[in-house]
Design a binder for this molecule. Sequence first.
Ligand SMILES: Cc1cc2nc3c(=O)[nH]c(=O)nc-3n(C[C@H](O)[C@H](O)[C@H](O)COP(=O)(O)OP(=O)(O)OC[C@H]3O[C@@H](n4cnc5c(N)ncnc54)[C@H](O)[C@@H]3O)c2cc1C
Length: 431
Amino acid sequence: MSTMETDVIVVGSGMAGAAAALKLAKAGKSVTIIEARDRCGGRGFMKPYAGDDGRTVLEYGGAWITPWHDRIRALVEELGLSLRPRHPVTTRQWLRGGEIHTDSSAAREDVTAHERAIARVAVDAILLKKGMAANEKGEALRGISFADYLDRLDCPKSTRDIFSAWWTVSGNGDHQTVAASEFLGSCSYDNGLAEGMIRFWTDTVVPGMGALADRMIEASGAKRILSSPVTRITTTADTVAITCGDTTYRAKACVLALGVNQMKSLEFTPQLSQAKRDAIALGHGGRSFKLWIKAEGVPVGTLVTGEGSGIEFAFAERKAEDGSTLIVAFGLMNAANRPGDAQWVREQASRLFPNARVLSHDWHDWLDDPFARGTWVAALAGHEDGLETENWQPEDRIAFASSDYAREQAGWFEGAVIAGEDAADAVLNLK
Ligand SMILES: Cc1cc2nc3c(=O)[nH]c(=O)nc-3n(C[C@H](O)[C@H](O)[C@H](O)COP(=O)(O)OP(=O)(O)OC[C@H]3O[C@@H](n4cnc5c(N)ncnc54)[C@H](O)[C@@H]3O)c2cc1C
């Protein structure tokens, strides 16, 4: 057992932990970061693409930021990194009835019902954004699963499939259990249109979010202790003891910069509030897979959505150095999908891009990752409150910080920074 002299221990070096460390250091506190992995950045994870001799570094976790993500933009500038604008969508295609359609998202006989469903979603999304829990017909907007919401829409299969594709990049969980509000919330960015989600993914950080987290921590001067999963946190009247294996570190306060799924294996003495324990036990349901696929014969800027299974969303994002195209693709992790299997990925990609020659793919399995246990936050229907910031107020000498329960921009890197800075403020206000 060893002890250490530091004002604040930050557990977790994702964007929330990095932001907390930076703000605490700027306020004159000494900070130590304890991180389970051998790298910083958490669900921001850049690494060389396996099928390209490592020449291209890609984001396997989060990547895109929006025009209103001011904190990330300011950090990028302050710390000497840059932004790459996303290639615009230049061709929109839909897989329908096993064939690629380039003219319209709906079959002629379905157009009226299709447009009615799109209008309904748009109204519901705007009402939800205004804070309404139900629409003008009294139909629930919160507490309802995506599957039940789709049933209520009563739309053609092709319309359901399009919504399902946008779901893989918004609600990103089991249709039966994750809240429809995750989808409606993302639609609300563009006046309620699902198709508008991508319009606001305007930039990515170069070389990657991991580099930004590294620079933030470097700038904070925090000491890093890597490859050290925390197992226990014990709070007394004036200290917090953080245990990793047989080592215990002590500080006056702790920022616990972990998401809800990451806290499942931690022991707390005294126990956390019942509401926090309930939220941790339930966790969040984010479980999309994100793949990078290298292919020839796919024009950059092509966006294709699928037929409600397998790879459902694929965007040809940029050219690799050898002139082939790098496609970013999403679907849901479930028993039918095999995103780690090259043959399966080739078959799926060939359905969406029939003229393509698929060369290789690479990904990271976030569900199987013991220090993530999921992707970006997705509230379970009926349990949305557990992820509200009000539920994640400090307890004793511990302040909590994660994008999962940020007061604004939850689920985004921006939300992680907001949560990290809020937690730093809470620690600075401790007596
Ligand atoms: C596939 C994917 C795509 C995404 N796309 C986007 C996007 O385009 N734009 C966007 O803004 N966001 C996106 N996100 C979400 C974004 O990545 C997250 O919201 C954000 O990274 C969360 O930051 P965080 O600091 O709250 O948590 P994390 O990044 O998860 O940080 C928590 C840290 O704690 C560490 N840790 C876990 N357990 C322990 C332990 N016991 N002891 C010590 N350390 C521990 C973890 O290793 C990790 O480093 C995406 C996420 C994924 C997975």
